[in-house]
Design a protein around this ligand. Structure first.
Ligand code: SAM
Ligand code: SF4
Length: 329
């Protein structure tokens, strides 16, 4: 290994979140309520497969072992299988995950697995088709459910399901979600709603604190599971009576940033040290030739020294991130 990516707070980075597109076909109320709007940038194109390969190789040579491919909706990329293959074949990468809205999962998950995708997170904010429509703006509940079934059929032993629980919308579904995973090897990941730049009163109206969910789980016998080095931001809980697990992602919790092990690269090739807070550092000029890898690593390592100790979300900071589809949630 060349060097290990580490910041000045001694946090080590094992996990890269790589966005491959900003485009999305859903209109989630908390993300792209008016749908995807092209940026109007001239000559803009998302990272090509060779660029993906170079950036992932640089990260892998400095300790990254897990890559999550995200977006926008990553499965909208026509060359998505080639992207997965490029990441999966990189020396040092042993986990290749994606986050998807599940729209194309039923028809494509077998190919994704064949290309080398080892882990899947699918977003499903409701078990009620009408509420699903209300939150996502798309009538695709049954497609997503069939996609989850199909993922098990093609050999995934566990599927992670992301849920953003919101007050007065889907928060009453916690018992239904728990019932759903009693006999299914699903890790439900409750993500606390985060305030982004384009949100106004939405956050105040719908934000539900993760701590209330945590207390409910503990009171009902759920116990914390031990973390691995390249694990994501979730605190995971297990229960002897349940086949499924629960992951809680609580970005507003005081110590959330202490265990940060993640860096992000946007679909336009910018390094983001945090989901919130900065414009990103251009990497693309160093992704054009294999011979640029040393310079690329040096730029990332130098920037890493400027990574902030916290996102300061708890102080009302929404940073420069307009919505999570723009950087890869
Ligand atoms: N389109 C894919 C999907 O929805 O799974 C991948 C990209 S999406 C930005 C990744 C995750 O971020 C989804 O699970 C989504 O629910 C979550 N997300 C988006 N905006 C959010 C917000 N403001 N607060 C919390 N989670 C959010
Ligand atoms: Fe699209 Fe995912 Fe954002 Fe929903 S959360 S609008 S599916 S990028």
């Amino acid at each position: 290994m060349a060097i290990q990516f580490e910041d000045k707070f001694k946090r080590k980075f094992y996990y890269l979140r790589l966005s491959v597109t900003d485009v999305c076909n859903f209109k989630c109320t908390y993300c792209l309520p008016d749908g995807y709007k092209p940026s109007g940038r001239k000559n803009s194109s998302f990272l090509s497969v060779p660029e993906v390969k170079r950036v992932v190789s640089a990260f892998a040579s400095c300790g990254t072992s897990k890559v999550r491919i995200t977006g926008g909706e990553p499965s909208l990329r026509k060359d998505f299988n080639d992207i997965v293959q490029a990441v999966a074949s990189t020396k040092g990468i042993n986990k290749v995950a994606m986050t998807t809205n599940g729209y194309r999962m039923e028809s494509q998950v077998a190919q994704w697995r064949q290309a080398g995708l080892t882990h899947i997170n699918v977003s499903l904010d409701s078990l009620d088709p009408r509420m699903f429509y209300q939150i996502t703006g798309e009538n695709k509940f049954s497609n997503v459910m069939s996609g989850i079934d199909r993922a098990f059929e093609v050999g995934y032993e566990q599927v992670k399901v992301n849920v953003v629980l919101m007050k007065d919308l889907n928060s009453g579904e916690l018992p239904a979600f728990l019932h759903w995973i009693k006999d299914r090897p699903i890790q439900l990941r409750f993500i606390e709603l985060m305030q982004t730049g384009e949100m106004d009163s939405f956050f105040d109206k719908y934000h539900k604190s993760g701590v209330s969910i945590l207390n409910e789980l503990i009171a009902n016998g759920w116990i914390p599971k031990v973390r691995e080095a390249n694990d994501g931001p979730a605190q995971v809980f297990i229960h002897p009576d349940y086949k499924g697990e629960i992951g809680l992602i609580m970005p507003y919790e005081k110590h959330f940033c202490e265990s940060c092990n993640r860096l992000r690269v946007s679909a336009m090739g910018k390094l983001h040290l945090c989901l919130f807070g900065e414009q990103g550092v251009e990497l693309r000029d160093l992704l054009q030739e294999d011979t640029q890898s040393d310079a690329l690593i040096e730029r990332i390592q130098t920037q890493l020294q400027t990574k902030s100790v916290s996102h300061f979300l708890q102080d009302g900071n929404t940073g420069m991130t307009p919505h999570l589809a723009s950087i890869g949630g």
